[in-house]
Design a protein around this ligand. Structure first.
Ligand SMILES: Nc1ncnc2c1ncn2[C@@H]1O[C@H](COP(=O)(O)OP(=O)(O)O)[C@@H](O)[C@H]1O
Ligand SMILES: [Mg+2]
Length: 614
């Protein structure tokens, strides 16, 4: 089994990428600035405390003075209160920003997904999109809200502590600072290794998710192929790998903190030794208070140094998520309306319906060529004129290009060359929504949304009444089975409609298309999964539904297409025969053979059934 490999990102930190990402978080910029401000104040308080300690020792203990204690206590308490308020505020703001940023990016991403064309979904696996939408976005929210802000705090803290130390005593300050590079090097060394182990963990994790996904989706197939044992074996190798890389990461993290603390203690020891000697020497240049302040500074400053290393590693590892989310947000749909068209007719989210022209339904393919972005030419110089109200049937072998033709009509894809005109106008001069609002499309693999049957049908036209919904179901002969369900029209269909059979889903999606009263109707093997009897009943409904509408029917059972105004036989993206049923039979070509074969099979089946009944 091959799993979609998580790409390896060993690149350096890409500041431009983070800047772009932060640009996307515009509504939260104020939040982020407020967070940084409160953090700065809190870091400032952290630097003030040792100074207060110094003052207390030098004044009240070694200085032996008694005055102004109240004033001192007031300042100490005030600083403490200020810091408490700041910490409370920034934790609250960070939490809010994290959730808000998550939601905001998800909204942007979902918006983008609605906008992207079919071709994006052809090339991008669903699992990829889902993990972009869920784990990547939450990771980014976390990194930006806590990581970037923590980075700011640490940097600011180191800076002002350094300044405070230098102002207190340059020689001792240099002593403390001399340990800093050592800690920085150690931190970088460890974080690099921790990062690469985590990367390994995540890579394996995404392989495991992939394996789960395939295991679930392919459960039935695995059983029929007797692959269970082999699959389990492969899965166990993956989990083993995950375990060993997780342990490595944990061991490294466990070693890292004690080492930083030990190095920090070395600095404290040096300060104590040097400063202590000075305190007790005759012309000592260090007071006890200053020494105490330095001890506090030297123990305090190493935590932010190690956390800067950790945050950089974090940013580096989230960079992959950032890259994927940003690249998704920046993907441009392949099919889009030009600015002039949007100006006139609006876009999908803000349509200007008042400017929309009426649609008649004349459709013309004018020397259209087309290939999918991954494949070779499907249509080559294809020409076709369909008059409004005509029913066109497409027949031909699987893969001959029938669905491609109707997908082009629906503007799910656009011609690579040539023009498709609707009512005489290149459809790219109208908005996508205008066309798709006038389309009824029933697919071979219909998709229902989770919700009730009634709600699903109402998606066709939101203001449809219950009566209209029921009439539509009756028209497509779906009412019988719906009423047999426990809750009738209010039965939940499950995710993707998976509590119904494919045939039932086809009937519902047919009713959904019907209720929209579309000008153009497309049935792409829409009745392939219903039984012959239902199909015959549907036949009547179809012919009623299609009158007055331009329609395309793709069907394998030729009984369905017999009454079409125009039947096209498609072979390798070309029309090889065309005409009405009677005309094509006369031609005695491919259609004739196909029909004769099916007719014989149907005939045989019927005589068998007749025999069985005897
Ligand atoms: N989304 C797609 N991406 C790439 N190639 C495709 C896609 N859909 C169809 N094709 C290819 O285009 C050709 C025509 O397919 P299609 O129009 O679906 O045929 P039909 O509906 O007649 O069975 C086939 O060779 C098929 O492999
Ligand atoms: Mg098809």
């Amino acid at each position: 089994m091959q799993y979609q490999q998580e790409q390896d990102y060993t690149k350096k930190l890409d500041a431009g990428l983070w800047r772009r990402l932060i640009g996307y978080m515009k509504p939260y910029h104020k939040h982020l600035i407020a967070i940084m401000a409160t953090m700065a104040v809190s870091a400032l308080c952290d630097t003030i405390f040792p100074l207060l300690t110094r003052e207390a020792i030098d004044t009240f203990i070694t200085g032996g003075k008694t005055g102004s204690r109240a004033w001192f206590v007031l300042r100490y308490a005030g600083t403490l209160l200020l810091q408490t308020v700041c910490i409370f505020t920034f934790i609250r703001l960070c939490g809010k920003a994290e959730l808000g940023i998550n939601r905001h990016i998800r909204k942007l991403a979902f918006h983008k997904l609605e906008e992207l064309s079919f071709s994006y979904y052809d090339q991008t696996p669903v699992g990829f999109i889902i993990s972009r939408m869920t784990s990547d976005t939450s990771r980014l929210g976390e990194t930006v809200a806590w990581g970037l802000v923590d980075l700011f705090w640490s940097g600011f803290y180191i800076l002002i502590t350094t300044v405070a130390m230098l102002m207190l005593d340059v020689r001792m300050a240099l002593l403390v600072l001399s340990v800093m590079p050592v800690i920085a090097v150690a931190a970088i060394w460890f974080q690099k290794r921790i990062l690469s182990s985590y990367r390994e963990v995540r890579k394996t994790n995404s392989q495991i998710t992939g394996a789960f996904n395939e295991g679930i989706m392919g459960a039935k197939t695995s059983k029929t192929l007797v692959r269970e044992a082999a699959n389990c074996q492969e899965f166990s190798v993956l989990t083993g790998k995950m375990r060993s890389s997780s342990i490595r990461a944990a061991v490294l993290s466990a070693l890292f903190y004690p080492i930083v603390i030990s190095l920090g203690s070395v600095a404290t020891a040096m300060v104590l030794r040097r400063g202590g000697a000075e305190v007790f020497s005759a012309k000592g240049w260090v007071t006890v208070g200053t020494l105490a302040a330095f001890v506090q500074y030297s123990t305090g400053i190493f935590e932010p140094i190690s956390s800067i290393a950790r945050i950089f590693a974090d940013l580096q590892s989230s960079q992959a998520a950032a890259e994927r989310v940003v690249s998704m947000l920046e993907t441009e749909p392949e099919i889009f309306d030009t600015p002039e068209v949007v100006e006139q007719f609006g876009d999908s989210f803000n349509p200007k319906r008042e400017n929309w022209p009426d649609i008649r339904g004349d459709i013309e393919f004018d020397h259209v060529s087309f290939h999918y972005s991954t494949g070779e030419e499907v249509l080559d110089d294809f020409c076709l004129k369909v008059k409004a109200g005509q029913t066109v049937a497409l027949v031909g072998e699987t893969g001959s290009g029938k669905s491609t033709i109707v997908n082009l009509v629906c503007r799910f894809y656009e011609p690579t060359s040539g023009v498709i005109r609707i009512d005489g106008v290149d459809y790219r001069q109208r908005s996508i929504l205008w066309l798709q609002d006038h389309l009824g499309y029933v697919l071979q693999q219909p998709h229902l949304f989770s919700g009730t049957i009634r709600e699903n049908i109402r998606f066709g036209r939101l203001d449809a009444t219950d009566r209209e919904i029921e009439a539509a179901c009756r028209a497509v002969d779906a009412e019988d089975f719906i009423l047999k369900l426990e809750k009738g029209y209010d039965t939940e269909v499950g995710e993707g409609g998976n509590r119904l059979s494919t045939g039932q889903k086809q009937l519902i999606s047919f009713a959904r298309a019907l209720i929209a009263k579309p000008a153009i109707f497309v049935l792409d093997e829409a009745t392939s999964s219903v039984d012959t009897q239902t199909e015959q009943k549907l036949q009547a409904a179809i012919s009623v539904a299609l009158t007055g509408r331009t329609s395309f029917i793709i069907a394998h059972r030729l009984s369905t297409v017999r009454s079409a105004d125009l039947i096209l036989v498609i072979r390798d993206g070309k029309i090889t025969e065309q005409g009405t049923h009677a005309e094509l039979l006369k031609q005695k070509g491919y259609y004739y053979t196909l029909y004769a074969n099916q007719f014989r099979e149907e005939g045989e089946k019927r005589s068998w059934e007749a025999l069985a009944e005897v």
